[in-house]
Design a protein. Structure first.
Length: 256
């Protein structure tokens, strides 16, 4: 996900992670390690100090800067903070989990101009091309290899929020938990390591399918999950409210 950040956001991430790892650092030492001008580093540190709400950058004329957290935060909190502050990731999340947008609506939501939006989309498309994913305009939406899009979105949610409860509604979380409980009751137990990823994956599959983004495949009728869903009237009714049971069940087989 780091490769999608703009230059400024990426610099901010690297600077904060360096301070987290090394403790006190001078702008000169950071300049030498990163190959950046000291003036630019000082400007970035000032920006970070003004906008952060869970840490403070302390300064000493002799030994430079260090990062102080207001509570007990891990290094991963820095990464999550940068992702949440990133216009690139806010744009991707909006396009991924909603119906297509007009340029005016996106500019209004992101507080950017149309020229900035066009540059942003162009840059993201260059970076996402290796994944066979791209953003189209008129209207704006994410297209390409749907399996890769869904895997990308699962990673985005987990890296940006860590927990599904931070981004999805109670209804969607309840639904995914019920489906996982059905799977464990009828087929096999799921490890705690995989549970959160599966919860996110189920919700992503349902949202993308309900917004008419389908995986290019035929339903697999001999899949265990497919059979379990078809045998359960509750889930048949739930899936029919979103789309056909067979299409979504076949989509979910790639998750479990």
């Amino acid at each position: 996900m780091r490769y999608l950040l703009n230059n400024r956001s990426f610099r901010h991430l690297i600077l904060l992670e360096m301070l987290y790892d090394k403790g006190w650092l001078t702008t000169k030492s950071m300049s030498q390690k990163l190959g950046l001008a000291e003036r630019l580093i000082r400007s970035d540190l000032e920006d970070l100090n003004c906008n952060a709400n869970f840490f403070k950058l302390e300064y000493s004329r002799k030994i430079g800067f260090c990062i102080r957290f207001f509570s007990n935060y891990s290094k991963n909190a820095i990464y999550m903070y940068i992702l949440r502050d990133s216009t690139e990731f806010r744009l991707l999340e909006m396009l991924a989990f909603n119906v297509p947008f007009s340029a005016c609506k996106l500019c209004e939501e992101l507080y950017i101009s149309k020229s900035t939006l066009n540059r942003l989309v162009h840059t993201l498309n260059e970076k996402l091309s290796v994944c066979n994913i791209h953003i189209t305009s008129s209207p704006f939406k994410i297209c390409g290899d749907e399996l890769r899009i869904r895997q990308f979105l699962i990673n985005l949610v987990l890296e940006k929020y860590q927990k599904s409860s931070a981004v999805f509604s109670t209804e969607k979380l309840t639904f995914s938990n019920e489906l996982l409980a059905l799977y464990e009751n009828k087929i096999t137990k799921i490890s705690n390591i995989n549970r959160e990823k599966l919860k996110v994956g189920i919700i992503v599959a349902c949202i993308r399918t309900s917004n008419n983004h389908y995986i290019d495949m035929k339903p697999i009728n001999d899949n265990d999950l497919f059979k379990v869903i078809l045998d359960n009237p509750f889930f048949v009714a739930k899936f029919q409210a979103r789309d056909t049971t067979s299409v979504i069940a076949a989509s979910l087989r790639y998750l479990i």
